[in-house]
Design a protein around this ligand. Structure first.
Ligand SMILES: [Zn+2]
Length: 235
């Protein structure tokens, strides 16, 4: 399935290239803007990355390489067409390596564009210190306004007792009473379940919001407790 989406994206980027006037040289001559190539690169892998993110909610190095290959494929098709068009216009006076030299910035920007999404996402992700490979997937458990200290104690106790069912029902109960589903809660903290994509280590952590309804707080996690259950906790 991701590869069907990848193919669609490649086709979309090629179509977009034609709409933008690349590779067919417009009446304005060779005045192409660099960012157009960056956008084309971004579009060429967007479908693939969209599906991967929906499935895994994080990216690995393998996804980066696949994105680069998809980008390169789209780039080769667009640039070859452009090269043929230029060759027809200027005849044999333009050589392949000359062409590559003129457009090297565009080539680089195209490839950078094709891996921008995972690069951007990975920067925002917290790396797992235990395995040093995976990243944490964040699941919002509930939001808490008052009695944070009490909540914390309960969570630590339940996690230490390794009673998965009790922990689960406690979280569910908190979810209901704190209005997890309503976005506009005047909550001071959000409690998350963090799971490493590689070693599956789990933590319960909180994030403090700087102000009411601050959904995009840059504050880092404060680990409440590490989970050491017999099986992975899923909420
Ligand atoms: Zn890990």
């Amino acid at each position: 399935m991701p590869y069907i989406f990848a193919l669609l994206s490649v086709v979309a980027s090629i179509l977009l290239a034609f709409i933008m006037g690349i590779p067919i040289v417009s009446e304005f001559g060779l005045a192409f803007f660099h960012y157009e190539y960056f956008i084309l690169g971004l579009v060429s892998s967007i479908g693939y990355y969209y599906l991967i993110f929906r499935r895994d909610r994080s990216f690995t190095k393998k996804h980066l390489i696949v994105g680069l290959i998809i980008g390169a494929l789209s780039l080769i098709i667009i640039m070859t067409t452009q090269y043929i068009v230029l060759k027809n216009m200027f005849g044999n006076s333009i050589l392949t390596n000359q062409y590559l030299r003129i457009f090297r910035m565009e080539l680089l920007l195209f490839l950078l564009g094709s891996i921008m999404i995972p690069l951007f996402v990975r920067v925002g992700q917290t790396k797992c210190k235990r395995c040093n490979k995976g990243f944490f997937i964040e699941d919002l458990l509930y939001k808490v306004k008052d009695g944070y200290g009490e909540e914390t104690k309960n969570l630590i106790r339940l996690a230490a007792n390794k009673k998965e069912a009790e922990l689960k029902s406690y979280i569910k109960e908190r979810r209901i009473t704190t209005g997890y589903s309503t976005r506009k809660t005047n909550s001071a903290r959000s409690v998350y379940l963090l799971t490493c994509t590689n070693c599956q280590t789990q933590y319960i952590a909180s994030k403090k919001h700087r102000e009411i309804n601050d959904e995009v707080s840059k504050q880092t996690y404060k680990v409440i407790t590490e989970l050491d259950l017999d099986q992975k906790l899923t909420m």
